[in-house]
Design a protein around this ligand. Structure first.
Ligand code: ZN
Length: 246
């Protein structure tokens, strides 16, 4: 099976469209979404509808999805992120908010082949930012492969015996072959708000027969995404950060 695994779309329709266009040229058996469809970007409704239409095999909610539907307090959000949540609450259509309420809490097992979570397997809101966090997360995994999101940094943590090694993925294409006897925590990066100073859309394809994960970075119409943010009353800083990839 070939799974296209994507996360953290954050209301960026132009980025999501680039991903969808790319996926039409590849053989993809299933889509798997790691949450945060909304928050930050100016197109929450369109992003929800497009992801819904993809019929993901499996999907989980993110912290911004929860905050928009009132399942999470905004207190933990910084002022700009909180302003975007208020804006999204005001602009989201009822049917789309309803779609978010039906999304499951991670972790979830997909096809008995791998686990997905938004933040970490022990707490859906926890950020795995380094080897120490990853080491704790490995203790909670039911399977030796887990995809997570939330930090917006494409990376791989591998656990061999008792050693955890983290690798941040630089450049626009990367590939890893999964080794037997090694456990993996893998972040495909963010579709709609990359933060590793590479503004391109990030996602991954997992080929379960070949045991290979390929990481992609593709261009999209950033200027259109920025113009929509500026034209709305979202904080303008949210437009600027898209070009910087922060
Ligand atoms: Zn996010």
């Amino acid at each position: 099976m070939r799974y296209l695994i994507f996360s953290d779309i954050h209301g960026n329709l132009e980025a999501l469209n680039a991903l969808l266009k790319f996926s039409l040229k590849r053989r993809i058996d299933h889509y798997v979404c790691l949450g945060d469809l909304v928050g930050y970007g100016a197109s929450p409704n369109e992003c929800i509808q497009k992801v819904h239409a993809l019929r993901p095999l499996s999907m989980i909610r993110g912290n911004h999805d929860k905050a928009v539907i009132g399942l999470d307090s905004i207190e933990t959000f910084n002022p700009v992120a909180a302003a975007a949540i208020y804006w999204t609450k005001k602009n989201i259509l009822k049917k789309n908010a309803e779609f978010l309420t039906h999304q499951a809490k991670g972790p979830r097992v997909v096809d008995e082949a791998f686990v997905i979570c938004h933040g970490s397997p022990f707490d859906e809101d926890y950020y795995i930012f380094g080897e120490f966090d990853a080491d704790e997360a490995f203790d909670y995994l039911k399977l030796p492969l887990c995809f997570f999101g939330h930090t917006h940094f494409p990376c791989v943590y591998a656990k061999r015996e008792n050693t955890v090694e983290g690798t941040f993925l630089e450049g626009n294409s990367n590939e890893i072959k999964l080794e037997k006897g090694v456990s993996y925590l893998i972040n495909p990066g963010s579709v709609g708000q990359p933060r590793d100073r590479n503004p391109r859309v990030a996602f991954a394809i997992f080929d379960s027969e070949a045991r290979v994960v390929k990481f992609f970075r593709i261009d999209y119409d950033i200027e259109d995404a920025k113009a929509k943010i500026i034209a709305s009353d979202l904080p303008p800083a949210l437009a600027e950060r898209l070009s910087l990839g922060i």
